[in-house]
Design a protein around this ligand. Structure first.
Ligand code: GRF
Length: 196
């Protein structure tokens, strides 16, 4: 079973979807550590309630040390609002999975995080939005795409409405992508992901 660390900065509903999927046995992997750059992140509480080690770590070297100590095979960024060091992204090349709340390459890159993504999408009046799960590369939101799903958001009356709609997709495709990774079914070639 592969060992994963999940990084969170906020409420951690995506973390919860991973906790539920690992506990139910639908993912052949185990969450051994939850990390946050914010000590008050509710995601840390969710982890503790599930009996998972949860730590607030801000220092890069300490972070890498803890990942090594816990034997972490891969990392999932589930609403993590800090930039990873080059050392970490190199160490875990194509082993860091991120969830982004838009259809990349729309509404992504520096400054497009959390509710800001949906504010831009709402202001632009998009009729369709969605979520993307991708591997992390040094380019923000630029790594190989694993899964995407779109949905009709034409009935949304606010950015928060789009956020809620997109979250329902996130909670489905993030565990699905992690399951594929744990089953060894993701092959990266020429910056494209093939699902085996
Ligand atoms: C999600 O929309 C995720 O895509 C984005 O940040 C949000 C985190 O939500 N990166 P939660 O903390 O998982 O509830």
């Amino acid at each position: 079973m592969l060992k994963m660390a999940v990084f969170v900065s906020g409420g951690g509903t995506n973390l919860q979807s991973l906790i539920d999927a690992t506990k139910s046995g639908s993912i052949n992997g185990e969450i051994v550590l939850v990390v946050s750059n914010r000590k008050n992140a509710y995601g840390l509480e969710r982890a503790k309630k599930a009996g998972i080690q949860a730590e607030c770590i801000k220092d890069d070297q300490l972070l890498i040390q803890r990942l090594k100590e816990e034997g972490v095979d891969f990392i999932v960024l589930a609403g993590y609002l800090a930039i990873l060091s080059d050392e970490l992204t190199t160490l875990y090349h194509n082993k860091i999975i991120n969830i982004h709340p838009s259809l990349i390459p729309s509404f992504c890159g520096p400054g497009f995080y959390g509710i800001h993504v949906h504010e831009h999408a709402f202001a632009r009046g998009v009729k369709v939005s969605g979520a993307t799960v991708h591997f992390v590369s040094p380019v923000v939101d630029g790594g190989p795409i694993i899964l995407q799903e779109a949905l009709d958001v034409s009935s949304a009356k606010s950015p928060e409405d789009i956020q809620q709609m997109v979250l329902t997709i996130e909670h489905r495709i993030l565990p699905e992508a992690v399951k594929l990774f744990c089953d060894g079914r993701l092959k990266v070639e020429n910056e494209r992901v093939e699902i085996l």
